[in-house]
Design a protein around this ligand. Sequence first.
Ligand SMILES: Cc1ncc(COP(=O)(O)O)c(C=O)c1O
Length: 355
Amino acid sequence: MSRFWSPFVKDLVPYVPGEQPKLQKLTKLNTNENPYGPSPQALAAMQQGLNDDLRRYPDPNSDQLKTAIADYHGVDSAQVFVGNGSDEVLAHIFHGLFQHGKPLLFPDITYSFYPVYCGLYGIPFEAIPLDASFQIRVSDYTGMKGGIIFPNPNAPTGCFLPLAEIERLLAVNTETVVVIDEAYVDFGGESAISLVNHYPNLLVTQTLSKSRSLAGLRVGFAVGHPDLIEALDRIKNSFNSYPLDRLAQLGATASFADQAYFEQCQQAVITERENLVQHLAALDFEVLPSLANFVFCRHRSRDAAELAAGLREDGVIVRHFKQTRVAQYLRITVGRPEESAVLFESLQRVLGTTR
Ligand SMILES: Cc1ncc(COP(=O)(O)O)c(C=O)c1O
């Protein structure tokens, strides 16, 4: 706090990202990164881009990347917006597409950046409780609202809402923007991008941080009606004309060309998720059904904060949220099989020694 701060900054409550520890020996299962590296084709494209061209500004519109995304998803490139991570895309959506005079609706247990953007942009919100089994009940998203947003699969639960339910929601919400945040959809879910041509108020966001192993590059995008995209462009061009640097545009574009590698990593994560679920169940955890690259679980008799602290002693980092309703849950990212083995060994030690 400083006397030089504006009153606005004094009142901001910023997002706290998952820890990026500097420890040497670490099993890092706390921020849902992909355990496998980026596509070799993406790495090669970026290496080739390390040249004199870097003295020039990048394409402000990322046209090549937009075309790659549009072709991949079978839409027009005028329906695509790209940004510096989907977090930036989401920020522009909150700023430019939600009605600031009415409450935005999102689940009580969800991505914790949403209330932060509401604070940043002065948007009132209503947190709609998930049902007793942590599912989104679309019939609850009624009344006066300034927009609707939720991740699908939801985070941190991992639970997936079928597209038929999203269509049910869209059928009765035609006057406000509905955003489906698909950061984790590639791990077994079904994308609502197939619906954007039927619903002019539907916007779908995705990221290259998870299924394409490019969290360090910061690339995300939104797909929807060109009118929605135009609003995002207006915000972007009033904020930062060049959100994606040259290397990010090259690497991201190349990653969409490497379908075989994408599917190989996707399958490896899905297979390991099943292994994780089985082992956790055998260790007396209750695990929510997940279609993401993480699982959300609760031990039937042990305190979650204590378990997280015990795992940490072994260099195994998982995510524990303090929010009351989920304070007994841990969110564990799906890693490589050898990382799961370290996790299980540590869990056995912690469960055995502190019982
Ligand atoms: C639900 C959800 N949406 C969006 C993001 C942001 O992803 P990125 O900014 O890396 O694209 C995350 C990151 O963890 C997330 O969990």
